[in-house]
Ligand binder design. Structure first.
Ligand code: SF4
Length: 412
């Protein structure tokens, strides 16, 4: 087959995905071109909802069939609105198909016809290339999915947890060392080892227990209250927050802490930040502690999606709140940052596109996605979520053992 894959030729970001897709397709005998008019089909790899405008643009550019893949393809009902085929899951089964008919008939492909869908989960780990993305930097796929299953996490509920072998990862490391390149191993796994490196992603519960070599440690605390964290699958006892700051001081490293606002009352976050102000007053930090915030997006497949209709805009925060917290923390520490999340209106637009099952729904939300806060008030955005009908998008559940996608509200 001749596939046009314009992202592979033009994009400077997410090169790993495009490189991997192109490499697997070429190995299977297909040809990759950037000519969207002279090909059997045009491929679009969508990572998330922000790639949707690119899909719309391509739809206008070419009359050739468009095939969407990538992480976003799990939202196949939405991706199909501007494409002809949506391939759900990994690339290797796709590469085996020799014709468009074969692709369309596959149980991994959504064409708009009712059929039982299965995510393609087969990964030929031995065929993963070491992708060079910069003069001195390479990427290598170490795993997909996650052994945790946090209730809000789209990745972990759409992928069976699979990992590359340690032997192959080590070989990739050696290869890069010989070429004097830095290797990033991409996975959701938390590397709690002592290999060292500049930035380390690790569970806070692991970090407080063991020595690490890093200049920055990134950890998801996610929610303000201990019982919420526990319910969501990130059980971090409150006292460990203080331990983590003490240990970061002793290790002389910076921390980046990730949080999800929008689920708990803002007063719970005020208490959370006051607690950190107290910790900093007792254990002054020299290196930066960076508090990062996202506002919650209810995503299909996740258990949290069942609660989408209880979405409460009053729980969502914006830069006014993060500035206030910054001022509170700054009274105790000079080395803090507090990052503001996208506002409620933007989250609503993201949800709107992702949950759209009809052209008029997605077209409405596409007009709102950029500068959403300038185009909608918070009450308007909230009302539109219900008025456009996107909140009625049926729950999907992935059976991780087989890839089967089940449709229905019951949580499995
Ligand atoms: S949020 Fe992080 S730890 Fe939780 S399931 Fe997702 S990737 Fe794993």
């Amino acid at each position: 087959m001749i596939y046009a894959f314009p992202q592979y030729f033009t994009s400077k970001s997410r090169f790993l995905t495009y490189h991997l897709v192109a490499s697997v397709l070429r190995k299977a005998g297909h040809t990759i071109t950037d000519d969207v008019d002279h090909c059997d089909a045009v491929l679009v790899s969508m990572c998330d909802v922000m790639d949707y405008p690119q899909l719309v643009k391509l739809r206008r550019m070419t009359k050739r069939p468009i095939i969407v893949g990538g992480h976003y393809a799990f939202n196949y009902w939405s991706a199909k609105l501007y494409s002809d085929f949506v391939w759900i899951g990994e690339i290797w089964d796709f590469a085996k198909c020799k014709t468009l008919d074969e692709i369309g008939e596959s149980k991994h492909c959504y064409t708009g016809m009712a059929k039982q869908l299965f995510a393609s989960q087969y990964i030929d780990w031995a065929s993963i290339p070491v992708g060079q993305i910069a003069p001195k930097k390479c990427y290598y796929l170490g795993g997909v999915g996650c052994k945790n299953a946090c209730r809000f996490c789209f990745t972990s509920w759409t992928h069976r947890h699979q990992t590359n072998t340690q032997q192959r990862i080590e070989q990739a490391r050696q290869l890069c060392r010989r070429k004097k390149m830095h290797l990033m191993v991409v996975s959701n796994e938390y590397d709690a080892g002592e290999r060292g490196g500049k930035t380390l992603d690790i569970l806070l519960t692991d970090y407080v227990k063991r020595p690490v070599k890093a200049s920055m440690v990134r950890m998801g605390i996610e929610f303000a209250q201990e019982d919420t964290r526990k319910r969501m699958g990130k059980a971090i006892p409150g006292e460990l927050l203080c331990h983590a700051i003490q240990k970061a001081n002793a290790d002389n490293l910076a921390l980046r802490l990730f949080h999800i606002a929008g689920y708990e009352p803002v007063s719970a976050w005020d208490t959370y930040m006051d607690n950190f102000a107290k910790i900093f007053s007792q254990y002054p930090n020299n290196r930066i502690v960076h508090f990062m915030f996202n506002n919650l997006q209810y995503q299909n497949y996740t258990p949290l999606y069942d609660e989408r209709k209880q979405i409460n805009p009053e729980y969502y925060i914006d830069i006014t709140k993060t500035r206030q917290w910054y001022d509170t923390l700054r009274q105790q520490s000079r080395s803090v940052l507090v990052g503001a999340p996208s506002p409620f209106q933007h989250v609503a637009a993201r949800m709107g596109i992702e949950l759209s099952e009809a052209r008029e729904q997605v077209d409405f939300w596409l007009t709102k996605i950029n500068n959403a806060a300038k185009k909608m008030t918070v009450p308007d955005a909230y009302k539109s979520l219900f008025d456009t009908g996107v909140m009625d998008c049926k729950k999907r559940r992935l059976k991780k053992s087989t890839g089967e996608i089940m449709v229905g509200e019951r949580n499995g």
